[in-house]
Design a protein around this ligand. Structure first.
Ligand SMILES: *Cc1c(COP(=O)(O)O)cnc(C)c1O
Length: 411
């Protein structure tokens, strides 16, 4: 069976109910009544499994969390208010002042700013590497390294990591590997490739139509007995691991980040996100094909396109081998200068100009004057931001219509 077909069955079946309301129920309550003081006590000590307060968990969001966990072969998930909320939750539940992060690939502008500006204010240092600098990555690991953070596809540099090789480095060193899989849900399963935590902005292709801001973090089960999280490196969470066993990552995230940062998902956004999940496999399957068709056609017509389906791309072989189900909705076009890029964006009739990606519609944006405008020049160089760079997220349109529109706009 084709890779996406399996998910078609799984996702529609898990979102809908077989009894009562077919569409998931929205529980739009911030707080929950406990009934008796005995039940209240039980809820607070964890022995009674009922909702405590929506900041700590909501029944509608819990439904989304269980579908996301199942989709990604995790033991549990935490839904968040946004993708940045998910990045914050995942990292802040692990790091302490003095710790270090190794960040590979790259990197979404918000995450880059979070690591370079915000986390440095709290005494947490991040080292940045290209996906192919495996030796330098190994050499950068020290006793303070707590997280290796990786994006499944470089946005917007379109470089592809060898996720298995990086997982081996992380696992050999006993370090938690987090993969931001926002761009490649279903196409890539980070936990199966050896990652500990996968992170999503569900705002993008999971919702798929700009209807809901959201995020989600999916956790693998702790392997009791010999798990790396019990080693010296994570001694500050050893008590939670002892108590919670295989669910420890979820408990760590809730106790050490969700409770205090409050980046909780709201029920309505979780509902919208589930509606997106129903059709995710169908949309992914179509769009990863369209991206290839469009990238190859534009490239053939002399446009400077960056996508690994193009033979001259440095990761073309990796694309064919490890990304056989595509690498998401993105491609980039380098128009050479800002003027040419603006001219293109003023001419296109089909692309919607916005910072979002993964929408039903094709989206485009000039990078240097928008998302990356405050990033210093050396940062831009590392991230592959050039003067004429336009990031495009291909939508569900007929690919030939996009090709025609883009070729006309590039003239
Ligand atoms: C958009 C995005 C985020 C942040 O998500 P928001 O929902 O906008 O907060 C994080 N990582 C990647 C790869 C993204 O594309």
């Amino acid at each position: 069976m084709n890779h996406f077909e399996e998910y078609c069955t799984k996702l529609v079946q898990s979102v809908g109910n077989k009894e009562g309301a077919v569409s998931p129920v929205i529980t739009n309550s911030a707080s929950f009544a406990y009934g008796t003081p005995e039940i209240a006590e039980g809820i607070f000590d964890g022995s009674v499994k009922k909702p405590l307060y929506s900041r700590m968990g909501n029944p509608t969001s819990a439904r989304l969390e269980s579908i996301m966990a199942d989709m990604d072969s995790g033991v549990g998930a935490v839904a968040t208010s946004s993708g940045m909320g998910a990045v914050t939750l995942a990292t802040m539940s692990i790091v302490n002042a003095g710790d270090e992060i190794i960040s590979i690939g790259g990197l979404f502008g918000g995450t880059y700013a979070f690591f370079t500006e915000t986390l440095t204010r709290f005494g947490i240092k991040t080292h940045f590497f290209d996906v192919d600098e495996l030796e330098n990555i190994k050499n950068a690991i020290n006793e303070n390294t707590k997280i290796i953070f990786l994006e499944s596809v470089g946005n917007p540099n379109m470089r592809l990591p060898d996720i298995k090789a990086i997982a081996t480095i992380a696992n050999d060193a006993g370090i938690i590997l987090m993969v931001d899989n926002t761009i490649t849900p279903l196409s890539i399963s980070p936990l199966k490739l050896g990652a500990d935590i996968s992170i999503y902005s569900t705002t993008k292709i999971i919702s798929g139509n700009a209807s809901a801001l959201g995020g989600c973090v999916v956790f693998r089960g702790i392997n009791e007995g010999k798990d790396k999280i019990k080693t010296q490196r994570y001694k500050d969470v050893a008590k939670i691991v002892e108590k919670m066993g295989k669910m420890a990552f979820v408990a760590i995230a809730k106790k050490r980040a969700m409770r205090d940062f409050g980046v909780s998902a709201n029920a309505h956004a979780s509902y919208q996100t589930m509606l997106g999940l129903e059709t995710l496999a169908l949309r992914m399957q179509r769009v990863v094909k369209s991206v290839e068709i469009i990238a190859l056609a534009l490239s053939k017509n002399g446009i400077n396109v960056n996508h690994p389906c193009i033979e001259s791309h440095p990761h073309h072989i990796r694309y064919i081998k490890d990304f056989s189900n595509g690498c998401g909705t993105l491609l980039t076009i380098d128009m050479g200068t800002k003027e040419k890029a603006f001219e293109f964006l003023n001419k296109t009739k089909l692309a919607t100009l916005t910072a979002n990606i993964g929408d039903s519609r094709t989206l485009a944006l000039h990078m240097d004057s928008t998302i990356y405008k405050d990033i210093p020049d050396d940062g831009k160089k590392f991230l592959g931001i050039t003067e004429g760079l336009i990031r495009v997220s291909i939508g569900l349109e007929n690919p030939q219509d996009i090709i025609d529109d883009f070729l006309t706009s590039a003239k």
